[in-house]
Write a protein of this length. Structure first.
Length: 403
C-alpha cells in the first residue's frame, strides 16, 4: 500500500511560508488563527465485496462493486469530537483500504492522521485502515491549538435485501390470523401473538400479572409479577412495556423489575395502541442501540418515538415531530409492523403499502422496488428481518414472502 507522508515540521514550514507572503499579489492571504476544527469529512470510493452462488453450478463468485463515498455522509459532532456515518455501509465494504475525498477545516487549520509513528497527512490516493476507529488531529494555522477527532465507520451487520419479493410458500395453518407479530428467533422466523418480543436468545411476554420467558416459544417460565398490559419491544440490554398506569416502562434485568421511562415534553403523544418497534446498533456511540417505536396516539394519529439505549445507562424517549413541510408521512393505520434491514426501516400496516424510512423514522416513502407483489393476498400483513438481512412477510391469507 503506497503512502504519502508529510511531517508536522513540513506543515509548519508551509504555514510560515504562507503567512510571510501576505503582500504578494498572487498569493492568497491567510490570517493567523488559533481555531482548530474539522467541519466536513467526505469519503472517497469504497470497494464492496459480496458472494454470489450460481443457481446452476452451485459455485461461489466474489463480486466487487465500487461505492461512492459521498453517498454515505459523515456527521461531525463538535460536542464530543466524533465523526461517524449515520447510514451504515453495506456488508462486505472493505474498511482496511478506505480513501478520503476531502477534509474541510475551520480557518485553514491543518488535519493530520494520528498514528504510532507520529502525525501524518495522506493524499486522496492513500488509503487508511478503518477497521478500528481512527484519530485525526487538527492544528490551528498558528500552531497554538490542537484538537482530536475520533472517526468511526459502521458497516451493516446484515446483507442487503434481494431485489424481488419471492413467494416462499402458502400454508393453510397461517390463514385468518389476527393480532399477530412476525419475529426472527434464532435461525427461524415465526408468527407469534402480539406482545411477544425477542431479546437475545430469549422470548418474553406478559401473561396476566406476570412476565414470562421462553427459550423455544413453547415452554414459558415466570420471571416475576409486573403491572403491565403488554411488552412493546427490546434492545440489547432492555425490555420495553406499557404499564397498567399508562406509563411507558423499561427493565434492565430481563423483566424482573420495571421503571418508568424518561420522556420529553410530548408525553401526551405517546402511542397507546397498534404499537410496533424495531432496534438496530447505533454506530456513533459504543455499546448502544437505537430503538424506534411507532403506533397510534390518543388522538388516533400515527406517531413515532426514538430512544438511544446505552449499556448500563438511562436514556430518554424523544418524540419525532411531523414538520409542516414534510410531504412523506405515514397515514394512521392499524396492525403496524416494522423491520430494520440494510440501514433502512420498513413498515407495513392494514393499508397494505410498504413504507421505507431512510432517516430513522422522520420521513416515510413508498419505493417502487419494495412495493408488494400484485398477487399478494390478505387483509393483514406481518413483517420482520432475519439475521441475514432478508425481509419476511406473512399474510393472513397464508402466504409467506421473502425479499
Amino acid at each position: 500500500m503506497k503512502r504519502f507522508y508529510q511531517t508536522l515540521y513540513a506543515l509548519i514550514v508551509v504555514s510560515l511560508t504562507m503567512t510571510s507572503c501576505l503582500n504578494s499579489d498572487d498569493t492568497e492571504t491567510i490570517e493567523p488563527s488559533n481555531e482548530a476544527a474539522i467541519t466536513g469529512f467526505v469519503l472517497g470510493n469504497l470497494n464492496c465485496y459480496t458472494n454470489s452462488t450460481s443457481s446452476t453450478t452451485g459455485n461461489d463468485t466474489i463480486i466487487k462493486t465500487v461505492l461512492t463515498g459521498s453517498n454515505y455522509p459523515l456527521t461531525v459532532n463538535q460536542t464530543n469530537n466524533r465523526i461517524y456515518n449515520t447510514t451504515e455501509l453495506p456488508q462486505g465494504t472493505d474498511l482496511e483500504h478506505v480513501l478520503i475525498s476531502s477534509i474541510s477545516t475551520k480557518s485553514n487549520s491543518i488535519a493530520l492522521l494520528k498514528t504510532d509513528k507520529g502525525d501524518m497527512v495522506l493524499s486522496t490516493t492513500d488509503s487508511i485502515d478503518f477497521r478500528q476507529p481512527r484519530v485525526f488531529r487538527v492544528y490551528s494555522n498558528d500552531l497554538s491549538n490542537v484538537r482530536e477527532y475520533t472517526v468511526t465507520l459502521k458497516v451493516s451487520a446484515t446483507k442487503s435485501t434481494s431485489s424481488q419479493w419471492t413467494k416462499v410458500a402458502e400454508d393453510s395453518v397461517l390463514k385468518n390470523w389476527t393480532n399477530k407479530s412476525l419475529v426472527a428467533f434464532g435461525d427461524s422466523v415465526q408468527l407469534v401473538d402480539k406482545g411477544i418480543v425477542i431479546k437475545g436468545q430469549k422470548a418474553y411476554r406478559v401473561n396476566g400479572t406476570n412476565v414470562e420467558q421462553s427459550s423455544d416459544l413453547t415452554n414459558w417460565n415466570v420471571v416475576g409479577p409486573a403491572a403491565l398490559t403488554q411488552l412493546v419491544g427490546a434492545s440489547t440490554d432492555e425490555l420495553y412495556a406499557l404499564g397498567t398506569d399508562g406509563m411507558l416502562k423499561y427493565s434492565q434485568d430481563n423483566g424482573l423489575t420495571w421503571n418508568d421511562e424518561a420522556l420529553d415534553d410530548k408525553a401526551s403523544l405517546l402511542p397507546v395502541t397498534q404499537i410496533a418497534t424495531t432496534t438496530w446498533t447505533y454506530a456513533p456511540i459504543d455499546s448502544a442501540d437505537c430503538v424506534l417505536m411507532g403506533g397510534l396516539n390518543q388522538n388516533g394519529e400515527m406517531c413515532f418515538w426514538r430512544k438511544i439505549a446505552q449499556h448500563n445507562k438511562d436514556g430518554k424517549w424523544v418524540y419525532i415531530p411531523v414538520e409542516s413541510n414534510n410531504r412523506f408521512t405515514m397515514p394512521a393505520q392499524n396492525n403496524l409492523s416494522m423491520a430494520y434491514a440494510g440501514g433502512d426501516i420498513y413498515a407495513v400496516g392494514d393499508n397494505l403499502t410498504i413504507y421505507v424510512s431512510r432517516d430513522k423514522g422522520i420521513t416515510w416513502k413508498t419505493v417502487s422496488n419494495y412495493a408488494l407483489p400484485s398477487d399478494a393476498q390478505g387483509t393483514q400483513y406481518a413483517m420482520t428481518a432475519d439475521a441475514q438481512g432478508n425481509l419476511w412477510l406473512v399474510t393472513n391469507a397464508g402466504q409467506i414472502w421473502k425479499k
